[in-house]
Design a protein around this ligand. Structure first.
Ligand code: ZN
Length: 151
């Protein structure tokens, strides 16, 4: 990763950690999913309000490190108004981006603004922090009844 991207990545994490978007419980949510990352201690709830197949509203609360929190914040901003299928497709792309080998490319066009989050792959121990909210969201829009954990 070159210096500019690294700086952008760190700035993005700091901004979202300080001013997270959609960071509140949602009393009238259609679904609440809870996710844990025991490695780091991140623990979040993701709330979704579905309108048929569309995510009408999405929010999260809980506690975790700056990376997990900023990833959740960016995720909620990216998914509001998306269909279940679009959300799942974005999950797949983000998952590919986060779990790729260091230095390898990913489809920046498909992930849009979330590309900055791809910087986390330089820090392999933090990848689970970044992916936690996404796994939790998936359980929210397509419940399996399983506990969401990164382990
Ligand atoms: Zn973490």
């Amino acid at each position: 990763m070159n210096g500019d991207i690294r700086e952008l990545y760190q700035q993005m994490i700091m901004d979202h950690n300080k001013n997270p978007k959609n960071f509140h419980p949602m009393p009238d949510a259609s679904r609440v999913a809870e996710g844990y990352n025991p490695l780091c201690g991140d623990h979040f709830k993701v709330y979704v309000k579905m309108n048929g197949d569309v995510i009408r509203d999405i929010s999260f609360d809980g506690a975790g490190c700056a990376i997990s929190k900023s990833s959740a914040s960016m995720m909620t901003a990216a998914l509001k108004g998306k269909t279940r299928a679009e959300a799942k497709a974005l999950f797949e792309e983000v998952h590919k981006m986060l779990s790729r080998e260091i230095g390898s490319a990913f489809d920046e066009e498909k992930v849009g603004k979330l590309a900055t989050l791809g910087g986390v792959c330089e820090f392999p121990s933090r990848v689970k922090c970044a992916s936690l909210a996404w796994h939790t969201m998936l359980e929210g829009i397509e419940p399996t009844g399983k506990q969401v954990t990164t382990e």
